[in-house]
Design a protein around this ligand. Structure first.
Ligand code: FAD
Length: 423
Protein backbone atom coordinates (compact mmCIF):
# COMPACT_ATOMS: atom_id res chain seq x y z
CA UNK A 1 0.00 0.00 0.00
CA UNK A 2 1.10 3.57 -0.62
CA UNK A 3 3.23 5.05 2.13
CA UNK A 4 0.89 8.04 2.53
CA UNK A 5 -1.26 5.72 4.61
CA UNK A 6 1.57 5.52 7.14
CA UNK A 7 0.94 9.04 8.41
CA UNK A 8 -2.03 9.71 10.62
CA UNK A 9 -4.41 12.47 9.67
CA UNK A 10 -3.77 14.75 12.62
CA UNK A 11 -5.05 17.82 10.89
CA UNK A 12 -8.47 19.33 11.00
CA UNK A 13 -10.85 19.06 8.11
CA UNK A 14 -9.25 20.28 4.87
CA UNK A 15 -10.90 21.51 1.70
CA UNK A 16 -9.38 20.64 -1.62
CA UNK A 17 -10.76 22.47 -4.62
CA UNK A 18 -10.18 21.17 -8.12
CA UNK A 19 -10.84 23.54 -11.01
CA UNK A 20 -11.84 21.77 -14.23
CA UNK A 21 -13.50 18.40 -14.71
CA UNK A 22 -11.54 17.18 -17.71
CA UNK A 23 -8.90 14.48 -17.70
CA UNK A 24 -6.66 16.00 -15.02
CA UNK A 25 -9.56 17.15 -12.82
CA UNK A 26 -11.39 13.80 -12.87
CA UNK A 27 -8.27 11.80 -12.03
CA UNK A 28 -7.08 14.12 -9.27
CA UNK A 29 -10.52 14.16 -7.62
CA UNK A 30 -10.89 10.36 -7.70
CA UNK A 31 -7.31 9.71 -6.63
CA UNK A 32 -7.73 12.08 -3.69
CA UNK A 33 -11.00 10.46 -2.74
CA UNK A 34 -9.14 7.11 -2.63
CA UNK A 35 -6.48 8.51 -0.34
CA UNK A 36 -8.01 10.82 2.25
CA UNK A 37 -10.66 10.22 4.83
CA UNK A 38 -14.25 11.35 4.36
CA UNK A 39 -13.93 14.15 6.90
CA UNK A 40 -12.12 16.20 4.25
CA UNK A 41 -13.97 17.98 1.50
CA UNK A 42 -13.21 17.58 -2.21
CA UNK A 43 -14.97 20.13 -4.41
CA UNK A 44 -14.67 20.00 -8.20
CA UNK A 45 -15.81 23.07 -10.16
CA UNK A 46 -16.58 22.54 -13.85
CA UNK A 47 -18.67 24.55 -16.32
CA UNK A 48 -20.05 21.55 -18.26
CA UNK A 49 -22.34 18.83 -16.92
CA UNK A 50 -21.35 16.42 -19.69
CA UNK A 51 -17.89 15.02 -20.28
CA UNK A 52 -16.74 13.92 -23.71
CA UNK A 53 -13.53 11.99 -24.36
CA UNK A 54 -11.43 14.14 -26.71
CA UNK A 55 -9.30 11.35 -28.27
CA UNK A 56 -12.56 9.85 -29.60
CA UNK A 57 -13.45 13.02 -31.56
CA UNK A 58 -11.49 11.49 -34.44
CA UNK A 59 -13.80 8.47 -34.41
CA UNK A 60 -16.81 10.78 -34.19
CA UNK A 61 -15.51 12.54 -37.28
CA UNK A 62 -15.15 9.38 -39.37
CA UNK A 63 -18.42 7.83 -38.16
CA UNK A 64 -16.87 5.07 -36.02
CA UNK A 65 -18.63 6.53 -32.95
CA UNK A 66 -22.03 8.04 -32.24
CA UNK A 67 -22.25 11.08 -29.97
CA UNK A 68 -23.76 9.13 -27.06
CA UNK A 69 -20.86 6.66 -27.15
CA UNK A 70 -18.26 9.24 -26.16
CA UNK A 71 -20.29 11.67 -24.08
CA UNK A 72 -21.32 10.86 -20.49
CA UNK A 73 -22.54 12.78 -17.42
CA UNK A 74 -19.48 14.07 -15.60
CA UNK A 75 -20.85 12.81 -12.27
CA UNK A 76 -20.87 9.21 -13.55
CA UNK A 77 -17.06 9.35 -13.65
CA UNK A 78 -16.59 10.72 -10.15
CA UNK A 79 -16.62 9.12 -6.73
CA UNK A 80 -19.76 9.80 -4.73
CA UNK A 81 -18.12 11.89 -2.01
CA UNK A 82 -16.81 14.48 -4.48
CA UNK A 83 -18.95 17.62 -4.42
CA UNK A 84 -19.46 18.81 -7.98
CA UNK A 85 -20.25 22.46 -8.63
CA UNK A 86 -21.31 23.33 -12.16
CA UNK A 87 -20.11 26.90 -12.58
CA UNK A 88 -17.71 29.08 -14.50
CA UNK A 89 -14.59 29.85 -12.49
CA UNK A 90 -14.09 33.60 -12.80
CA UNK A 91 -11.31 34.44 -10.35
CA UNK A 92 -8.57 32.82 -8.32
CA UNK A 93 -7.25 34.72 -5.31
CA UNK A 94 -4.28 32.72 -3.98
CA UNK A 95 -3.38 35.25 -1.29
CA UNK A 96 -6.79 34.72 0.32
CA UNK A 97 -6.99 31.01 -0.59
CA UNK A 98 -10.26 31.42 -2.42
CA UNK A 99 -11.78 31.10 -5.88
CA UNK A 100 -14.88 32.71 -7.33
CA UNK A 101 -17.36 30.91 -9.57
CA UNK A 102 -20.79 32.16 -10.64
CA UNK A 103 -20.79 34.95 -7.99
CA UNK A 104 -19.95 32.54 -5.16
CA UNK A 105 -16.72 32.27 -3.21
CA UNK A 106 -15.09 28.98 -2.24
CA UNK A 107 -12.24 28.75 0.26
CA UNK A 108 -9.57 26.08 -0.01
CA UNK A 109 -6.59 24.61 1.79
CA UNK A 110 -5.27 23.02 -1.40
CA UNK A 111 -6.06 24.05 -4.98
CA UNK A 112 -5.57 21.99 -8.13
CA UNK A 113 -5.94 23.96 -11.38
CA UNK A 114 -6.83 21.68 -14.30
CA UNK A 115 -8.62 24.12 -16.61
CA UNK A 116 -7.07 22.88 -19.86
CA UNK A 117 -6.66 24.98 -23.00
CA UNK A 118 -9.31 27.03 -24.81
CA UNK A 119 -9.52 27.12 -28.60
CA UNK A 120 -9.31 30.62 -30.06
CA UNK A 121 -10.81 30.40 -33.57
CA UNK A 122 -11.19 34.20 -33.52
CA UNK A 123 -7.42 34.47 -33.80
CA UNK A 124 -7.56 33.03 -37.34
CA UNK A 125 -8.00 35.80 -39.84
CA UNK A 126 -10.92 34.88 -42.08
CA UNK A 127 -12.42 32.24 -39.77
CA UNK A 128 -16.08 31.47 -40.46
CA UNK A 129 -18.54 28.57 -40.21
CA UNK A 130 -17.31 27.01 -43.45
CA UNK A 131 -14.08 26.03 -41.72
CA UNK A 132 -14.11 22.70 -39.92
CA UNK A 133 -12.23 21.31 -36.94
CA UNK A 134 -12.12 17.90 -35.25
CA UNK A 135 -10.69 19.46 -32.08
CA UNK A 136 -14.12 19.96 -30.47
CA UNK A 137 -17.08 17.64 -29.95
CA UNK A 138 -19.42 19.88 -31.98
CA UNK A 139 -16.76 20.36 -34.66
CA UNK A 140 -16.29 16.62 -35.10
CA UNK A 141 -20.08 16.09 -35.37
CA UNK A 142 -20.39 18.82 -38.01
CA UNK A 143 -17.42 17.54 -39.99
CA UNK A 144 -18.93 14.05 -39.98
CA UNK A 145 -22.11 15.45 -41.57
CA UNK A 146 -20.07 17.29 -44.21
CA UNK A 147 -18.01 14.20 -44.98
CA UNK A 148 -21.19 12.22 -45.68
CA UNK A 149 -21.89 14.61 -48.58
CA UNK A 150 -18.30 15.12 -49.73
CA UNK A 151 -17.73 13.69 -53.21
CA UNK A 152 -14.10 14.58 -53.79
CA UNK A 153 -11.62 17.44 -54.02
CA UNK A 154 -8.72 18.94 -52.14
CA UNK A 155 -8.80 18.40 -48.36
CA UNK A 156 -6.49 20.62 -46.31
CA UNK A 157 -5.72 19.97 -42.63
CA UNK A 158 -3.95 22.94 -41.09
CA UNK A 159 -2.23 23.27 -37.73
CA UNK A 160 -2.65 27.01 -37.23
CA UNK A 161 -0.15 27.59 -34.42
CA UNK A 162 1.72 26.09 -31.51
CA UNK A 163 1.34 24.90 -28.86
CA UNK A 164 -1.58 22.57 -29.56
CA UNK A 165 -2.79 19.52 -27.67
CA UNK A 166 -1.94 16.01 -28.74
CA UNK A 167 0.70 16.58 -31.41
CA UNK A 168 -0.23 13.22 -32.95
CA UNK A 169 -3.90 14.07 -33.56
CA UNK A 170 -3.63 16.05 -36.84
CA UNK A 171 -1.65 13.16 -38.38
CA UNK A 172 -4.14 10.61 -37.06
CA UNK A 173 -6.97 12.73 -38.49
CA UNK A 174 -5.31 12.78 -41.92
CA UNK A 175 -4.80 9.00 -41.90
CA UNK A 176 -8.35 8.26 -40.73
CA UNK A 177 -9.71 10.49 -43.49
CA UNK A 178 -7.56 8.67 -46.04
CA UNK A 179 -9.00 5.40 -44.80
CA UNK A 180 -12.55 6.76 -44.94
CA UNK A 181 -12.21 8.03 -48.51
CA UNK A 182 -10.69 4.68 -49.55
CA UNK A 183 -13.58 2.76 -47.97
CA UNK A 184 -16.07 4.99 -49.77
CA UNK A 185 -14.34 4.44 -53.12
CA UNK A 186 -13.43 8.12 -53.30
CA UNK A 187 -9.67 7.93 -52.75
CA UNK A 188 -8.77 8.66 -56.41
CA UNK A 189 -10.87 11.81 -56.28
CA UNK A 190 -9.36 13.21 -53.08
CA UNK A 191 -6.07 14.94 -52.41
CA UNK A 192 -5.16 15.21 -48.71
CA UNK A 193 -2.60 17.76 -47.50
CA UNK A 194 -1.40 18.44 -43.98
CA UNK A 195 0.18 21.82 -43.21
CA UNK A 196 1.98 22.70 -39.99
CA UNK A 197 4.29 25.44 -38.74
CA UNK A 198 6.47 22.69 -37.24
CA UNK A 199 9.61 21.58 -39.09
CA UNK A 200 8.56 17.91 -38.93
CA UNK A 201 5.77 15.73 -37.46
CA UNK A 202 5.95 15.59 -33.64
CA UNK A 203 9.21 17.58 -33.37
CA UNK A 204 9.38 16.98 -29.64
CA UNK A 205 9.95 13.30 -30.41
CA UNK A 206 13.03 13.97 -32.56
CA UNK A 207 14.00 13.35 -36.19
CA UNK A 208 13.78 9.54 -36.13
CA UNK A 209 10.12 9.46 -35.14
CA UNK A 210 9.33 12.46 -37.37
CA UNK A 211 10.75 10.64 -40.39
CA UNK A 212 8.83 7.48 -39.53
CA UNK A 213 5.53 9.41 -39.39
CA UNK A 214 6.40 11.26 -42.61
CA UNK A 215 7.03 7.98 -44.38
CA UNK A 216 3.67 6.54 -43.21
CA UNK A 217 1.91 9.69 -44.48
CA UNK A 218 3.82 9.44 -47.74
CA UNK A 219 2.88 5.77 -48.24
CA UNK A 220 -0.75 6.78 -47.90
CA UNK A 221 -0.34 9.56 -50.45
CA UNK A 222 -0.90 12.30 -47.85
CA UNK A 223 1.09 15.44 -48.67
CA UNK A 224 2.96 16.82 -45.68
CA UNK A 225 3.97 20.50 -45.70
CA UNK A 226 6.23 21.48 -42.77
CA UNK A 227 7.17 25.03 -41.66
CA UNK A 228 3.94 26.55 -43.01
CA UNK A 229 2.63 29.41 -40.90
CA UNK A 230 -1.01 30.16 -41.68
CA UNK A 231 -1.48 33.84 -42.41
CA UNK A 232 -5.16 34.07 -43.32
CA UNK A 233 -8.01 32.11 -44.92
CA UNK A 234 -10.26 33.34 -47.71
CA UNK A 235 -13.34 31.13 -47.48
CA UNK A 236 -15.01 32.80 -50.49
CA UNK A 237 -12.10 31.99 -52.80
CA UNK A 238 -11.37 28.80 -50.78
CA UNK A 239 -7.75 29.77 -50.46
CA UNK A 240 -5.20 29.32 -47.71
CA UNK A 241 -2.49 31.92 -47.38
CA UNK A 242 0.74 30.94 -45.71
CA UNK A 243 3.59 33.34 -45.04
CA UNK A 244 5.85 33.57 -48.08
CA UNK A 245 3.99 31.01 -50.25
CA UNK A 246 1.51 31.05 -53.14
CA UNK A 247 -2.13 30.64 -52.07
CA UNK A 248 -3.27 27.03 -51.73
CA UNK A 249 -6.75 26.18 -53.07
CA UNK A 250 -8.92 23.78 -51.09
CA UNK A 251 -12.41 22.27 -51.23
CA UNK A 252 -12.65 21.15 -47.60
CA UNK A 253 -10.71 22.90 -44.86
CA UNK A 254 -10.04 21.43 -41.42
CA UNK A 255 -8.12 23.58 -38.94
CA UNK A 256 -6.51 22.92 -35.58
CA UNK A 257 -7.31 26.32 -34.01
CA UNK A 258 -4.87 28.35 -31.89
CA UNK A 259 -4.83 27.28 -28.24
CA UNK A 260 -4.85 29.70 -25.32
CA UNK A 261 -5.22 29.55 -21.55
CA UNK A 262 -8.75 30.22 -20.23
CA UNK A 263 -9.17 33.94 -19.43
CA UNK A 264 -9.42 33.29 -15.69
CA UNK A 265 -5.78 32.17 -15.83
CA UNK A 266 -4.28 34.34 -18.57
CA UNK A 267 -5.48 37.49 -16.79
CA UNK A 268 -4.26 36.33 -13.37
CA UNK A 269 -0.81 36.65 -11.84
CA UNK A 270 -0.46 32.87 -12.08
CA UNK A 271 0.11 33.25 -15.83
CA UNK A 272 3.50 33.46 -17.48
CA UNK A 273 4.07 35.79 -20.45
CA UNK A 274 2.25 33.32 -22.75
CA UNK A 275 -0.75 32.95 -20.47
CA UNK A 276 0.04 29.40 -19.23
CA UNK A 277 1.07 28.45 -15.69
CA UNK A 278 4.69 27.74 -14.84
CA UNK A 279 5.00 24.89 -12.35
CA UNK A 280 7.71 22.92 -10.67
CA UNK A 281 8.19 20.12 -13.26
CA UNK A 282 8.27 17.33 -10.68
CA UNK A 283 5.78 18.45 -8.02
CA UNK A 284 3.52 20.61 -10.22
CA UNK A 285 3.31 23.29 -7.58
CA UNK A 286 2.85 26.89 -8.77
CA UNK A 287 4.59 29.87 -7.23
CA UNK A 288 1.92 29.74 -4.51
CA UNK A 289 2.26 27.10 -1.81
CA UNK A 290 -0.45 24.41 -1.97
CA UNK A 291 -1.66 25.67 -5.36
CA UNK A 292 -0.96 23.06 -8.04
CA UNK A 293 -1.55 23.15 -11.79
CA UNK A 294 -1.70 20.12 -14.07
CA UNK A 295 -2.36 19.22 -17.69
CA UNK A 296 -2.78 21.51 -20.67
CA UNK A 297 -2.85 24.70 -18.60
CA UNK A 298 0.79 24.23 -17.58
CA UNK A 299 3.99 25.15 -19.30
CA UNK A 300 6.91 22.79 -18.64
CA UNK A 301 10.21 23.27 -20.39
CA UNK A 302 11.91 20.21 -21.93
CA UNK A 303 15.62 19.62 -22.24
CA UNK A 304 17.40 19.71 -25.56
CA UNK A 305 14.71 20.31 -28.19
CA UNK A 306 14.34 23.61 -30.00
CA UNK A 307 11.76 24.61 -32.57
CA UNK A 308 13.20 26.36 -34.57
CA UNK A 309 14.78 28.84 -32.14
CA UNK A 310 12.46 28.44 -29.14
CA UNK A 311 12.82 25.76 -26.47
CA UNK A 312 10.12 23.08 -26.61
CA UNK A 313 7.56 22.46 -23.94
CA UNK A 314 6.08 19.21 -22.65
CA UNK A 315 3.29 18.33 -25.13
CA UNK A 316 -0.24 19.07 -24.02
CA UNK A 317 -1.64 15.57 -23.75
CA UNK A 318 -4.14 13.61 -21.68
CA UNK A 319 -1.51 11.07 -20.70
CA UNK A 320 0.48 13.78 -18.92
CA UNK A 321 -2.59 15.42 -17.34
CA UNK A 322 -3.46 11.94 -16.00
CA UNK A 323 -0.01 11.17 -14.59
CA UNK A 324 0.38 14.64 -13.09
CA UNK A 325 -3.05 14.35 -11.43
CA UNK A 326 -1.97 11.16 -9.68
CA UNK A 327 1.26 12.77 -8.44
CA UNK A 328 -0.53 15.85 -7.11
CA UNK A 329 -3.29 13.82 -5.43
CA UNK A 330 -0.74 11.58 -3.72
CA UNK A 331 1.29 14.55 -2.49
CA UNK A 332 -1.76 16.43 -1.19
CA UNK A 333 -2.84 13.28 0.67
CA UNK A 334 0.67 13.05 2.13
CA UNK A 335 0.60 16.69 3.21
CA UNK A 336 -2.70 16.08 4.95
CA UNK A 337 -1.15 13.11 6.73
CA UNK A 338 1.95 15.08 7.58
CA UNK A 339 4.35 12.77 5.73
CA UNK A 340 7.02 13.73 3.23
CA UNK A 341 5.71 14.64 -0.23
CA UNK A 342 8.02 12.53 -2.35
CA UNK A 343 5.90 11.68 -5.41
CA UNK A 344 7.47 13.06 -8.56
CA UNK A 345 6.14 13.46 -12.09
CA UNK A 346 8.59 11.73 -14.42
CA UNK A 347 7.08 12.45 -17.90
CA UNK A 348 7.11 8.87 -19.20
CA UNK A 349 4.45 9.31 -21.85
CA UNK A 350 2.84 7.18 -24.52
CA UNK A 351 0.33 7.52 -27.29
CA UNK A 352 -1.50 5.17 -29.62
CA UNK A 353 -1.45 6.83 -33.03
CA UNK A 354 -4.40 5.83 -35.19
CA UNK A 355 -3.32 5.01 -38.74
CA UNK A 356 -6.58 3.88 -40.36
CA UNK A 357 -7.82 0.34 -41.15
CA UNK A 358 -8.16 -0.30 -37.39
CA UNK A 359 -4.39 -0.14 -37.01
CA UNK A 360 -2.29 2.14 -34.85
CA UNK A 361 1.33 2.92 -34.02
CA UNK A 362 2.64 3.28 -30.50
CA UNK A 363 4.94 6.13 -29.47
CA UNK A 364 6.42 6.07 -25.99
CA UNK A 365 9.34 7.52 -24.12
CA UNK A 366 10.85 9.65 -21.42
CA UNK A 367 10.18 13.31 -22.16
CA UNK A 368 12.48 14.50 -19.36
CA UNK A 369 15.44 12.43 -20.63
CA UNK A 370 18.75 14.24 -21.07
CA UNK A 371 20.16 15.54 -23.37
CA UNK A 372 16.73 15.45 -25.09
CA UNK A 373 13.44 13.52 -24.87
CA UNK A 374 13.80 9.91 -25.95
CA UNK A 375 10.70 8.84 -27.81
CA UNK A 376 10.36 5.61 -29.79
CA UNK A 377 7.78 4.31 -32.22
CA UNK A 378 6.61 0.70 -32.35
CA UNK A 379 5.53 -0.76 -35.68
CA UNK A 380 1.95 -0.10 -36.67
CA UNK A 381 -0.31 -2.97 -35.66
CA UNK A 382 -3.76 -4.03 -34.56
CA UNK A 383 -2.87 -4.34 -30.88
CA UNK A 384 -2.22 -0.60 -30.42
CA UNK A 385 -5.61 0.18 -31.92
CA UNK A 386 -7.23 -2.34 -29.57
CA UNK A 387 -5.36 -0.76 -26.66
CA UNK A 388 -6.72 2.67 -27.62
CA UNK A 389 -10.28 1.34 -27.80
CA UNK A 390 -9.86 -0.40 -24.43
CA UNK A 391 -8.60 2.76 -22.85
CA UNK A 392 -11.58 4.68 -24.22
CA UNK A 393 -13.99 2.06 -22.79
CA UNK A 394 -12.27 2.18 -19.42
CA UNK A 395 -12.28 5.98 -19.34
CA UNK A 396 -15.97 6.36 -20.17
CA UNK A 397 -17.29 3.54 -17.99
CA UNK A 398 -19.06 4.70 -14.81
CA UNK A 399 -17.08 4.76 -11.60
CA UNK A 400 -17.66 1.63 -9.52
CA UNK A 401 -17.52 -2.07 -10.20
CA UNK A 402 -17.48 -1.75 -13.96
CA UNK A 403 -14.63 0.68 -13.79
CA UNK A 404 -12.62 -1.56 -11.48
CA UNK A 405 -13.14 -4.48 -13.86
CA UNK A 406 -11.92 -2.41 -16.77
CA UNK A 407 -8.92 -1.31 -14.77
CA UNK A 408 -7.82 -4.92 -14.22
CA UNK A 409 -8.69 -5.88 -17.77
CA UNK A 410 -6.71 -2.97 -19.15
CA UNK A 411 -3.73 -3.55 -16.91
CA UNK A 412 -3.69 -7.23 -17.84
CA UNK A 413 -3.91 -6.42 -21.56
CA UNK A 414 -1.23 -3.77 -21.08
CA UNK A 415 1.10 -6.36 -19.58
CA UNK A 416 0.33 -8.79 -22.36
CA UNK A 417 1.25 -6.39 -25.14
CA UNK A 418 3.93 -4.48 -23.25
CA UNK A 419 2.17 -1.13 -22.74
CA UNK A 420 3.08 0.62 -19.49
CA UNK A 421 -0.56 1.16 -18.45
CA UNK A 422 -0.44 3.28 -15.33
CA UNK A 423 -3.97 3.86 -14.02
C1 FAD B 1 -8.87 15.35 -31.21
C2 FAD B 1 -8.04 15.14 -29.97
C3 FAD B 1 -7.38 13.94 -29.78
C4 FAD B 1 -6.60 13.74 -28.65
N1 FAD B 1 -5.97 12.54 -28.49
C5 FAD B 1 -5.19 12.34 -27.40
C6 FAD B 1 -4.52 11.10 -27.22
O1 FAD B 1 -4.66 10.15 -28.01
N2 FAD B 1 -3.72 10.95 -26.13
C7 FAD B 1 -3.55 11.97 -25.23
O2 FAD B 1 -2.80 11.80 -24.26
N3 FAD B 1 -4.18 13.17 -25.37
C8 FAD B 1 -5.00 13.37 -26.43
N4 FAD B 1 -5.65 14.57 -26.59
C9 FAD B 1 -5.37 15.67 -25.64
C10 FAD B 1 -6.16 15.57 -24.36
O3 FAD B 1 -7.54 15.50 -24.60
C11 FAD B 1 -5.86 16.78 -23.47
O4 FAD B 1 -4.47 16.97 -23.41
C12 FAD B 1 -6.42 16.57 -22.07
O5 FAD B 1 -7.82 16.58 -22.13
C13 FAD B 1 -5.91 17.62 -21.11
O6 FAD B 1 -6.49 17.43 -19.85
P1 FAD B 1 -6.75 18.68 -18.89
O7 FAD B 1 -7.39 18.14 -17.67
O8 FAD B 1 -5.53 19.49 -18.77
O9 FAD B 1 -7.80 19.59 -19.70
P2 FAD B 1 -9.23 19.19 -20.21
O10 FAD B 1 -9.41 17.74 -20.30
O11 FAD B 1 -9.44 20.01 -21.44
O12 FAD B 1 -10.19 19.74 -19.06
C14 FAD B 1 -10.32 21.10 -18.76
C15 FAD B 1 -11.70 21.31 -18.16
O13 FAD B 1 -11.79 22.62 -17.60
C16 FAD B 1 -13.08 23.15 -17.88
N5 FAD B 1 -12.98 24.61 -17.80
C17 FAD B 1 -12.19 25.42 -18.54
N6 FAD B 1 -12.34 26.69 -18.13
C18 FAD B 1 -13.23 26.68 -17.12
C19 FAD B 1 -13.75 27.69 -16.26
N7 FAD B 1 -13.38 28.97 -16.35
N8 FAD B 1 -14.65 27.34 -15.31
C20 FAD B 1 -15.04 26.03 -15.18
N9 FAD B 1 -14.55 25.02 -15.95
C21 FAD B 1 -13.66 25.35 -16.91
C22 FAD B 1 -13.38 22.63 -19.27
O14 FAD B 1 -14.77 22.64 -19.53
C23 FAD B 1 -12.80 21.22 -19.22
O15 FAD B 1 -13.76 20.27 -18.80
C24 FAD B 1 -6.47 14.79 -27.69
C25 FAD B 1 -7.16 15.99 -27.87
C26 FAD B 1 -7.93 16.17 -28.99
C27 FAD B 1 -8.68 17.48 -29.18
Amino acid sequence: MENETIGIELNNMKTIIILGGGIGGIISANELSNRISRKHKIILIEKNKEHSFAPSYLWLMNGDRKTNQINVPLKSLLKKNIEVVYALVSEIVPNEQKVKADQKEYHYDFLVIALGADLATEKIQGWDDNIHTFYTFEGAVKLNETLKKFSGGRVAIVVSSMPYKCPGAPHEGAMLLEDLFTAKGLREKVEISLFTPEPQPLPVAGPELGNAVKSVLNNKGIHFYPSMQLNFVDTKLKQLNFNGNDPFEYDLLIVIPPHQAPAVISTSDLANSNGWIDVDPEFLETKYENVFAIGDITSILLPGRWIPDKPMMLPKAGVFAHLQAVVVAKNIAKKIRGVETDERFCADGYCMLEAGKDLAGFAYGDFFAEPHPEVHLKRIGKKWHIAKVLFEKWWLSPIGTKKILYRYFLQASGKLIGIPVNL
